[in-house]
Write a protein that binds this ligand. Structure first.
Ligand SMILES: [Zn+2]
Length: 417
């Protein structure tokens, strides 16, 4: 049941079960009951769209309470190719098959097609309780420039509902061309990020030179970088090793995110720890993408594959790296499922990563860690003074919220949408 009360003409309150880890310690809340899953029955008061007070519900079990979350984020998606599985399926589910289908479909992209896909994605994401999306956009050539234009229009139209961050995804060497330089200037002017793909084979790839060029451009234009790196089972950590080598020799003045880092999990424990510490030292953020990695990587033609490379989330967190989990592809050649639903990603990740939302480190990948990776004003918690932006789930525990994607109501600035 959804519980909302009006306490005076302009003060409203919601009674709900709230993850205690998302509320800063407050002496007034110390005596609140807490369930085994870390949920406390609280009243959250808000006025004119802003949280003003938290209060303990003294007799919580008199009525049934639902689980309340802040609106969440999607730190890694591809809105320009979402929902293209039907016309561009990749039935064998391999990385190579996905890339070929993607490149073929890219030839037929138009502003209208990209706009329709992205708008559909934004609508679904909004209803699912997402407040911000970082989307990589295939940005090379005229088709890429058209896609960028379509997303830029949507970014402005959706500003009050979803904070949309755009990453220019191009082959890494593109940043070493005149067109690449123009694109970087344009992206920087529009507060976007520079992207690229780093995947094996690494021999004779001149990867360090390419990274040096990309980071120099990013430093010059002052825009962040988000890389697809080591999304593979081959040459474990090969891209990461060269990235660290570049960071050892140049100072980065902008935020850097490594998306995927899947094959890092296949490195031996000691070097893995050293790499994780280096990433923490250089303040490199990581976005783990367990769903697409589980689908595309470590395939075995004859037998069921047991070994699946995904970012080593626990080891990275232990070293002090900020980690977020994203959904990545939605119904496109890279992943046939997905629906911009952070609760569904959370439920699937629970199986794959063994981290659960009732643990502090399990929840941070969807809240505080994800907000930090995206550099949002919102810090990932419920806080006095922050917007009354909530997702109220029709679920009275984490278990029931994870059992199936729950029905939900979404509030933005104190208003239900
Ligand atoms: Zn991606």
């Amino acid at each position: 049941m959804f519980a909302q009360k009006k306490t005076s003409p302009d003060i409203q309150c919601i009674e709900a079960l709230v993850p205690r880890g998302l509320i800063a310690s407050n002496k007034d809340l110390l005596h609140a009951q807490i369930t085994a899953e870390g949920l406390s029955p609280l009243r959250i008061f808000f006025r004119q769209g802003v949280i003003t007070k938290f209060e303990v519900i003294e007799d919580p079990w008199q009525s049934s309470l639902d689980l309340l979350l802040p609106r969440l984020v999607e730190p890694h998606s591809h809105l320009d190719k979402a929902f293209t599985w039907k016309e561009s399926p990749n039935l064998d589910g391999t990385y190579e098959g996905a890339l070929n289908a993607n490149l073929k479909e890219h030839q037929d992209r138009t502003i209208q097609k990209v706009r329709l896909r992205a708008e559909r994605g934004l609508n679904v994401a909004l209803k699912n309780g997402i407040r911000a999306i970082r989307s990589h956009i295939d940005s090379f050539g005229l088709i890429g420039s058209n896609s960028w234009h379509a997303l830029e229009e949507l970014q402005s139209e959706w500003k009050s509902l979803i904070d949309l961050q755009l990453v220019a995804l191009v082959p890494l060497e593109y940043w070493n061309t005149q067109n690449g330089n123009h694109l970087a200037r344009k992206v920087a002017n529009e507060n976007g990020l520079l992207g690229g793909v780093i995947s094996p084979p690494y021999k004779n790839s001149n990867l360090r030179e390419k990274l040096f060029k990309l980071f120099s451009l990013a430093n010059d234009y002052g825009c962040g970088v988000d890389l697809h790196i080591d999304e593979s089972s081959l040459e474990p950590g090969g891209g990461l090793r060269q990235l660290i080598c570049v960071l050892d020799h140049m100072k980065l003045d902008i935020p850097l995110t490594c998306s995927h880092l899947s094959s890092m999990a296949l490195i031996a424990p000691n070097p893995l720890r050293v790499f994780a510490e280096k990433l923490a030292h250089y303040e490199v953020n990581v976005v783990a993408l367990p769903l697409t990695n589980f689908w595309l990587l470590g395939r075995n033609k004859k037998n069921t594959s047991i070994k699946r490379p995904i970012a080593p989330i626990n080891e990275l967190q232990k070293a002090g790296v900020t980690v977020a989990i994203g959904g990545d592809n939605v119904q496109d050649p890279w992943f046939p499922a997905g629906n911009f639903d952070p609760l569904a990603v959370m439920a699937a990740s629970m199986l794959i990563t063994h981290s659960a939302p009732w643990s502090r480190m399990g929840l941070t990948t969807f809240t505080t860690g994800a907000a930090r990776v995206m550099g949002l004003e919102w810090d990932g918690t419920f806080k006095i003074g922050s917007s009354a932006d909530f997702v109220l789930l029709e679920a009275d525990s984490w278990s029931s919220a994870m059992a199936k994607p729950p029905s939900r109501k979404v509030m933005i600035n104190g208003n239900w949408i």
